[in-house]
Design a protein. Sequence first.
Lengths: 234, 592
Amino acid sequence: MSAVILFLAVLAVIAGWWLSQQRLTAKPWLEEGPVGNFPGGDTMTWPAAKVGLGVFLAVASALFVLFISAYSMRMSVVDWRPLPIPRLLWVNTGVLVLSSVALQWSYVAARRHDAEGAMIGLLAGGASAVIFLAGQLLAWQRLGAAGYLVASNPANSFFYLLTAVHGLHLTGGLVALGRTSAKMWRGTEIANMRLSVELCAIYWHFLLLVWLVLLGLLTGWTDDFVNICRQLLS
Amino acid sequence: MVDIPYEGIPGIPPAEVPDVELYHPRSWWTRYVFSQDAKVIAIQYSLTATAIGLVALVLSWLMRLQLGFPGTFSFIDANQYLQFITMHGMIMVIYLLTALFLGGFGNYLIPLMVGARDMVFPYVNMLSYWVYLLAVLVLASTFFVPGGPTGAGWTLYPPQAILSGTPGQDWGIILMMSSLILFIIGFTMGGLNYVVTVLQARTRGMTLMRLPLTVWGIFTATVMALLAFPALFVASVMLLLDRLLGTSFFMPSLVEMGTLSKYGGGSPLLFQHLFWFFGHPEVYIVALPAFGIVSDLISTHARKNIFGYRMMVWAIVAIGALSFIVWAHHMYVSGMFPQFGYFFATTTLIIAIPTAIKVYNWVLTLWRGDIHLTVPMLFALGFIITFVNGGLTGLFLGNVVVDVPLSDTMFVVAHFHMVMGVAPIMVVLGAIYHWYPKVTGRMLNEALGKFHFWVTFLGAYLIFFPMHYLGLLGVPRRYFELGDATFIPSSAHSLNAFISVVALTVGFSQMVFLFNLAWSLFKGEASGGNPWRATTLEWQTPETPPGHGNWGKELPVVYRWAYDYSVPGAAEDFIPQNQPPRATQLIQGAAS
């Protein structure tokens, strides 16, 4: 559970920093009058949807970190037999990076009021995300054909589980991306689309980050890294 | 690259919202059924939670019948008893209390108290309720599937939860996991709304330190729930895979019904860590909204500002943070590394400090207050007493050496029913008596309310006080019958019968409350907009019950904190939050 404690500590620092901006030491019983008379304590200047996405990403991170905690606790049991990571995963990772880059491109274009560029970026990002998902399914199939079934070893179970949870999050993102593209297709003013495109891009970068962390975990790199850190500390 | 600022999104919401921006119900269906109005969703949440809660209440009667009069009722067998225990616990903790405090009170009170027109994502808010309803239906359906609901206990510990021999192994456990997963998805949708509404949709002048403590409690509890429920989600998904696909996340190799099972190597302890990483914050997810609401009830009905508002806010935040590092105090007897116990006992005892600060502040708020013994106040006082009692036995159980012998006895049952069963329910009932006039425009009948309070309060003590004694005698929990154990004297059996009689009485007295709710809806005395003469914004709405969009044409502007009661020199003994300061009025008067 140390991973999740670490994660909570990071969240606590962020929350503490935010709370420190909110004048929690104010004495509200003495502060009668319009709010302009007292500094701080306003609502955020971000749009609600962006704050909402931020909160959701914190929840999704908690979910993944808890899976990772379970992974690290379970892998210390003797029956753990790491499975070979199919080469295909590296190709998939490249495709997911492309997807993220395309959405960033789309966001930059939307900021420049370039509707066509934004649309191309969205479509490219969506298409490469679909290719990534198809690639993941293919990887599953190859592993299954090679005899690495979901229940034959906990390492396999975790491999399928983690990739599935990540894939489901990406599928959910594709729904939002599809709606954004459809709105854009119908010719909604680009200025009104900027926020939606930005949120899609943020979500994609988040899922790319999660995937890189998961990949590090599944290939065992994280394990080596933690061991090196331990040796340095001891 | 030039950053163009967001159009039309200032830091402070505009006072007037153009009509088109508000969600408008177009038909009876979208007004009352598929509504996106937080107030309607709140009522839907509350009614659903109450309905499934009544099922759990009936289950507790059945358990008490068996415990009080073993062997008398042939229609209850050992398997059913386990199923009753499981469903009673799970429904009460998650589907009733969590849903009622956050989905019910959260939805109704947050937008009104912070001066918003609605939640920030009304559509997601509506989805949240329907997913919750689906979760409840899936849960209820387990009563009708072959094998019945799961009897694994509300903690659902593997390996026994999914092994044959545990009732509900076929369908019950699968549907239970599915229902929990649905509940968490639904809650996350609602939770996003509660958090972002508090962050983003507060009206002008409503700084964080002017929020009523109710909002602070619900807000902090929601943040905790958003971070804690994923642990239950992870545990449920992995247990479901163990059951359905034969993976071994949690299942060790073992012999089942004489044959070696297909499982091997899994860690039951891992499940317990995940479960209690959710389970302990869950206690405070229920308690923090109760703390917040009770602060407002006490201040309003004692006509006195809350004592130590800042300290109350800090204590809420501190409790929320600390509650994430105490979970393993539920696992002292689980076989985890024993030295962990010292750490978790220490953090558990530290949490008593902010909690005690809150209790002292409630008592100091009452000190020399103008106490009106209205029904909400009676329930609030009942809460303080019950919570202190339950909290004190928590200090016992938080210590490893005391917990080990008391674990799995009735003492634990008595402790957690006092602290997270009776105490939060006291607040729920008090809050319903307090806010019912705002929701319906009518008062609840006071005589029936007082009857309801005294039977519930005294009854709860008659039920759970003797149970501590049973626990000290060593009477185990979760047992269908006690048999002829020599260490259990016959007086314990009479005590059990006594508890059962009281429990049935208290259970039936809740019907008086339900009758009161229904009767007052039509025949109750008209309440007016602000019957308790309270300061917070929800009592200042132009219409009662608040109309669509809550505030008419203009949003309220807040000039003061939520607790200006009995201010010296003021014309009345309360000053609403949206009343401008007198000095400003004078200056404006001079200028005109």
